[in-house]
Design a protein around this ligand. Structure first.
Ligand SMILES: [Zn+2]
Length: 138
């Protein structure tokens, strides 16, 4: 039940957003075209991992009696907050088709989540483009 104090320090708060810096570097790499496909792919993977497992977003797991779901801080779009049950609930939402829509609407529930979701989509596409040439330009 204990929440580690180290992660709540002022430095830790800023450090949580390293994925945004990685995303900015990724965009620069795309614009400059100086970076090779290997470094673009590596950056894409880094940003994707951050979005899924590290990004500071809201848990948003369904909670009885609350339309907007759990408001606890979570780490990553795929993981819930410190309540273990919520992690399972979010995984279950991905697997059950009728709850998938609720999961995706949760991805855009607030500005932070939308930013992280867009970063995830962008880095996924950019990673895909490096592995499959011509997937973007048809
Ligand atoms: Zn939660």
């Amino acid at each position: 039940m204990a929440i580690s104090g180290a992660r709540n320090s002022r430095l830790g708060g800023l450090g949580q957003w390293w994925g945004v810096i990685a995303a900015a570097v990724l965009i620069t790499a795309w614009i400059n075209k100086a970076a090779g496909p290997a470094s673009v792919a590596a950056l894409s993977a880094l940003v994707l991992i951050w979005c899924f497992f590290q990004a500071p977003v809201t848990c948003a797991a369904p909670v009885r009696g609350r339309a907007d779901g759990c408001r606890n801080n979570a780490t990553g779009l795929l993981l819930g907050c410190h309540i273990r049950q919520h992690r399972w609930q979010k995984l279950k939402m991905l697997l059950l088709r009728r709850q998938l829509r609720a999961f995706f609407s949760g991805l855009f529930s607030d500005g932070k989540a939308a930013l992280v979701t867009l970063a995830a989509i962008g880095s996924f596409l950019s990673g895909l483009a490096t592995f499959v040439p011509g997937v973007i330009v048809k």
